[in-house]
Design a protein around this ligand. Structure first.
Ligand code: BV8
Ligand code: ZN
Length: 224
């Protein structure tokens, strides 16, 4: 069993989705800020946005949807969570097999020596943060628009969805590629696709079963 999750999974934890109205920050569109160009042009502004989000996510708790996916692991079928989210809530909710397609907001990478730092503090002391090793500027350890996904994560995700009998697609608008491509890939390989979304979406007809509702309500019932 594979679960492909998006921002809707964390919405009930109070983390704004990318495309929902509550996702805006100082009236910037996330698509504008989550790019290498925006970071090159104004690293401090982009870091202020990420620092704001880190603060929000640090306050957030995993919700019943996260816990339900973790319980599924105990119940039996091997569960891998392939997430587009960078908030780490699946891990905090108890899932032990999580692939982070778009990286993690709790990771920082040095623009100089490329060293990967992990920093769980809600707020960073100085923005932009600097590498303790080489003094260069650190960037958020996430995948921006126009950047390739981590090859290992992408390969592992394709492998996982190509060999699963069921793909649960939860809380994603399916607008971001190549993550959204994992649904037709699973379908091609013969998986049953179950869609859980607050809105009536059908992801281009790929879904075998569509369950409309909040993931925090639907998933515990599904697991029962
Ligand atoms: C790539 C990390 C190859 C950062 C994110 C033109 C130029 C360049 C690129 C492109 C282009 N056109 C298209 C592309 C490709 C681009 C893309 O797909 N763009 C889209 C927007 C058109 N993709 C990329 O650039 C990717 N890389 O393609 O590399 C390449 C290389 C060079 C040049 C070209 C191509 C990289 C994409 C990764 C971007 N990084 N995040 C950060 O977080 O700051 S993506 C970002 O969007 C988040 O990760 C988020 O998870 C993700 C997807 O959004 P969703 O998760 O689906 O969230 P969304 O808000 O959209 O929807 C929420 C859903 O939940 C809704 O359906 C709602 O109904 C539902 N919901 C709400 N509440 C609930 C709920 N459901 C259930 N319960 C609830 N309570
Ligand atoms: Zn460095």
């Amino acid at each position: 069993m594979i679960a492909l999750t998006g921002a809707g999974m964390s919405a009930e934890s109070g983390v704004p989705t990318f495309r929902g109205l509550d996702g805006l920050w100082r009236n910037y569109n996330p698509q504008e800020l989550a790019t290498p160009e925006a970071f090159a042009a104004n690293p401090t502004l982009v870091w202020e946005w990420y620092d704001w989000r880190r603060g929000l996510i640090a306050q957030a708790q995993p919700n019943a949807g996260h816990f339900a996916l973790a319980q599924l692991e105990e119940k039996g079928p091997f569960v891998t969570v392939v997430t587009q989210n960078v908030d780490g809530l699946h891990q905090r909710g108890g899932s032990s097999h999580v692939i982070e397609l778009h990286g993690s907001i709790w990771k920082l990478r040095c623009m100089g020596c490329q060293r990967l730092h992990s920093d769980l503090r809600a707020h960073l002391r100085t923005l932009p943060p600097l590498c303790e090793e080489c003094g260069q500027m650190l960037r958020p350890g996430v995948v921006w628009f126009g950047e390739n996904l981590p090859p290992m994560a992408w390969e592992a995700s394709v492998e996982a969805v190509s060999s699963t009998d069921v793909l649960l697609v939860i809380g994603t608008s399916g607008q971001v590629y190549p993550a959204a491509q994992l649904v037709p890939i699973a379908k091609e390989a013969g998986a049953k696709v179950i869609l859980v979304n607050l809105e009536e979406i059908e992801l281009g007809g790929a879904a075998d079963i569509v369950i409309q509702g909040a993931s925090g309500e639907i998933l515990p019932k599904l697991v029962q």
